[in-house]
Design a protein around this ligand. Sequence first.
Ligand code: GTP
Ligand code: MN
Ligand code: MN
Length: 608
Amino acid sequence: MTAMTVPGIDDAPVQNARLLSWVREVAELTTPDNVVWCDGSDAEWDRMTSRLVEAGTFVKLNEEKKPNSFYAASDPDDVARVEERTFICSVDEAGAGPTNNWMDPAEMKSIMTELYRGCMRGRTMYVIPFCMGPLDAEQPFLGVEITDSEYVVCSMKIMTRMGAPVLPLLDGPAGDRFVPALHSVGAPLEPGQQDVAWPCSDTKYITHFPETREIWSYGSGYGGNALLGKKCYALRIASAMAHDEGWLAEHMLILKLISPADEAYYVAAAFPSACGKTNLAMLQPTIPGWRAETVGDDIAWMRFGEDGRLYAVNPEFGFFGVAPGTNWKTNPNAMRTIEQGNSLFTNVALTDDGDVWWEGLEGDPQHLTSWTGQDWTPDSDFPAAHPNSRYTTPISQCPVVAPEWEDPQGVPISAILFGGRRKTTVPLVTEARDWQHGTFMGATMSSEKTAAAKGGLGQVRRDPMAMLPFLGYNVGDYFQHWVNVGKGADADKLPKIFYVNWFRRGEDGRFLWPGFGENSRVLKWCIERMEGTASATETAIGYVPTAEQMDLTELDTPIADVEAALAVDVEEWKAEIPLIEEWFEVVGDRLPTAMRDELEGLKLRLGL
Ligand code: GTP
Ligand code: MN
Ligand code: MN
């Protein structure tokens, strides 16, 4: 076959042969009008954003209120991750496990190859070199995303380290390990055909090939489906790498807490999507003398350091945060971060003076343009912003970012929190007896479904370690991996594990615990447990504080509510057991014996 000459290929800015042949192959398959290598410069950002404004995809926001920032409204059907269209195409079906959709890799590739054929017609194909984690890491984690979406290019500039600085790494020792990540919105343009503001396709596939470390995504422009460095690489593919190499890739925030004695503690926390990671990551403590700084808000890569402690790195460069509910009271630091501009806002509402608004934000707008483009007033019977609307903003702008957030060694983790959104049963905080018990807590954690994924809002489901939608391999093997990580480590140096629930409700549906900044009281208790200075009460499910055992100074929540938030209701837990058993049935024969033992222990302690 004669190689066709595509501009942007013959003059590519790298030598990496594997990369060049892949770029050429994709260009030949998808037949874009041209090929552009992204350099990540501000000039490129200006070019791209102007183009998107012209195309009607972006609205430039009021420069005074949100400098260099843009608003985008997606297709009303392309607003969240599509879990039912997400596949782990491992060689063996068992490799994907019972919690993932699976298809034979060859079969999937042949289906998707037909979808990709000619799919970039009339569009530009962008090649985005990127790096997850610091560029100066001993072993940088490289990727290259090919996309036909300028929205993706702009978003990737905020969310990852990308462009020119990555090129020398692609030609360096780590170059061959780059993860190829192919994305198309799946909306080719015929000559003269007018583009729509948000091109996408009704046919969507978000596909991962864990053995060959490849990502193929088709049909969606939404963040989690299209910014392939994030969920697809840094969680699904990285979890498979981590399993093979003995480390952990987790859906966790990383928070630095500084005590009144100026002691720093790093905490990682796994909560399902839209359950409070970004909020906790930017916590403004309410207890006097305590300070908090942010290292990461969504993903943690953790490996053991030479000193035997577990170190965490945030592989991302930006925050992709849930907008609704974010305000000066719930997350002042997120507000300060986006106020500085250089941000994108997707599916929020637009104010008449060119700013953004969403449910829960301060202000009392009398008229808005909703995310669906409709006139909105306070009397409207539909929300102004989509519940999963998001802001995309640089971490470096966060006023409380920890100075060490880009340290390639990471930060030593003292505590791991697991948490879900449960109206009942799960107390505000429970300390695990040891690593294996903590692994059991993570393996059995549950949450009510949120708007971050399509369908089933409010339904309780098991979401192990908040990784259910993000695990790149068999969930039973994943639990065994967690058990093994603990076994191989020095028990004294392992992080302590806690299970938290900010979302328990009273009979009238009110939250029993005020949450947000007040969560610092829970963190303080966790740290004092590690220091041996706080007491706890041993219960069937683990160590739980009474209200007296926590620092509630000047908390204006009724003490009875705090007590109800902390209560261990044995009857509720007895009712939870069949649900856990049902879940373990789903996990199947790869469920570690250690997890069965933990369940038996819990049943005994509950008197079952
Ligand atoms: P992803 O970014 O999708 O992974 O989710 P996330 O875990 O970062 O979720 P985020 O922090 O954006 O949480 C969003 C939702 O959780 C909003 O509805 C918040 O109001 C709510 N939330 C966060 N923290 C608390 C809390 O302490 N108490 C209560 N009641 N709600 C909270
Ligand atoms: Mn997330
Ligand atoms: Mn978040």
